[in-house]
Design a protein around this ligand. Structure first.
Ligand code: ZN
Length: 308
């Protein structure tokens, strides 16, 4: 009884626009071009701030409630954060062990595809103007309003608005995996809700940093993203295996992420030559040419070139 009324109250407050939160996820999502401002709610008004605080307190209490009852894979995680999309400290170098996760087992524990559309952009390096960025998910085509489904059973950890992800849902599954579903036009769940595989969690859209309707889908274990295509065959919309080894092989993209993150750029000034710039950054003209795909040594003022 208490549980039910808590849920109703929670559902009521969670759908309020005040739910739109401060944002720190830019580095994780890069479906950019333009920010869709029409859905960004101004949460600075007095009433909304009051409501936010209330909601925070309330979630805090509900969090305690879930601590003992519903939170999946509590032994693999430090906590259960219903506000931050990425609350985990990522220690990439410490991934040495191999953990076997059971994905599906019998009829009670099954997989459901998140949507039926083709891949429009895969997990991996993506060129953004002159810069390289890492795309941490798989983009799947859909039409605004199409239902998107939870891929496994679990509990909703996040259902909120984010500047980069738009309306986004994060589900923690019982084996410890987390899945992220972004750019919804509408949320159909609230944090703390238990859901089954195949239940609709939102309607597809193009909110946040997105250029058109699609689902941005991520799979993460303890906060570290890996390629969903290693788990799901999106052509047949089925699992590649009933289980998944969490080991170094799953994270073989991390070297590339580090390379991109260490990239450094320089804005050319009048009078600069490639030779000067190379010397300043302790590199060679040839290395800069290679990084930028340049055939000649010609540069012009204002041009951004990658030096590392
Ligand atoms: Zn994406």
């Amino acid at each position: 009884m208490l549980k039910k009324s808590l849920f109703l109250l929670l559902a009521f407050f969670a759908i309020l626009p005040a739910w739109a939160q401060e944002e720190t996820d830019d580095e994780y999502e890069d479906d950019e071009i333009e920010l869709n401002d029409s859905l960004v709610v101004d949460s600075t008004s007095y009433d909304e701030i009051q409501m936010d605080n209330f909601l925070e307190d309330f979630l805090h209490e509900v969090g305690y409630y879930f601590d003992t009852a519903n939170v999946p894979a509590m032994n693999s995680y430090d906590g259960w954060d219903m506000k931050k999309i990425h609350p985990y400290e990522q220690k990439l170098d410490s991934i040495t062990d191999s953990t076997l996760l059971i994905l599906v087992e019998g009829e009670d524990c099954f997989f459901h595809p998140p949507t039926v559309g083709n891949i429009t952009s895969g997990f991996g390096v993506r060129r953004w103007g002159r810069r390289l960025k890492f795309h941490y998910g798989t983009d799947l085509k859909l039409t605004t309003g199409d239902p998107v489904y939870a891929v496994f059973d679990g509990v909703v950890r996040i259902a909120q608005y984010s500047k980069s992800y738009g309306y986004v849902v994060v589900v923690r599954h019982y084996n410890g995996l987390e899945t992220i579903y972004a750019h919804f036009s509408k949320l159909l769940v609230v944090p703390g809700m238990s859901i089954r595989a195949g239940e609709p969690i939102g309607l597809g859209g193009s909110t946040g940093r997105s250029t058109g309707p699609h689902l941005h889908f991520e799979m993460r274990y303890k906060g570290v993203a890996f390629n969903p295509e290693k788990v799901i065959d999106f052509n047949t919309m089925s699992l590649r295996s009933d289980s998944l080894y969490i080991d170094k092989g799953l994270y073989d993209h991390i070297k590339e992420v580090k390379r991109i993150n260490s990239a450094q750029y320089y804005k050319v000034r009048g009078g600069d030559t490639l030779g000067h710039i190379a010397r300043r950054y302790g590199t060679s003209v040839r290395a800069i040419q290679r990084l930028n795909g340049m055939k000649s040594t010609r540069i012009r003022a204002g041009q951004m070139i990658r030096v590392r």
